[in-house]
Design a protein. Structure first.
Length: 115
């Protein structure tokens, strides 16, 4: 079983920055991939960024150039650095990990960007 705990959400003004963290714990050999999703009120959950390795990342078009995903394998932790935040980035952000090809989810952390 894998547990994911997110932190770092909050309220920020447009143009500001936030850094989300997601720590994985439990019994596993390795994590195949880690990702961040978000879900705004009334909208479907969408992929924000995914990292398989430091050289294998992918981003939603809406966040390219503003968000950076990274991963510390020694700490089993993924990060999402969010810069130049916009009101439309407001959502609950969820961490996702793929371990032994099974999906695990965190509880979510709220990010609110005020205009």
């Amino acid at each position: 079983q894998v547990q994911l705990v997110e932190s770092g959400g909050g309220l920020v003004q447009a143009g500001g920055s936030l850094r989300l963290s997601c720590e994985a714990s439990g019994t596993f050999f390795s994590i195949n991939a880690m990702a961040w999703y978000r879900q705004a009120p009334g909208k479907q959950r969408e992929l924000v960024a995914i990292i398989i390795s430091s050289t294998n990342t992918n981003y939603a078009d809406s966040v390219k150039g503003r968000f950076t995903i990274s991963r510390d394998n020694a700490k089993n932790t993924a990060y999402l650095q969010m810069n130049s935040l916009k009101p439309e980035d407001t959502a609950v952000y969820y961490c996702n990990a793929v371990v032994s090809y099974k999906n695990y989810w965190g509880q979510g952390t709220q990010v609110t960007v005020s205009s």
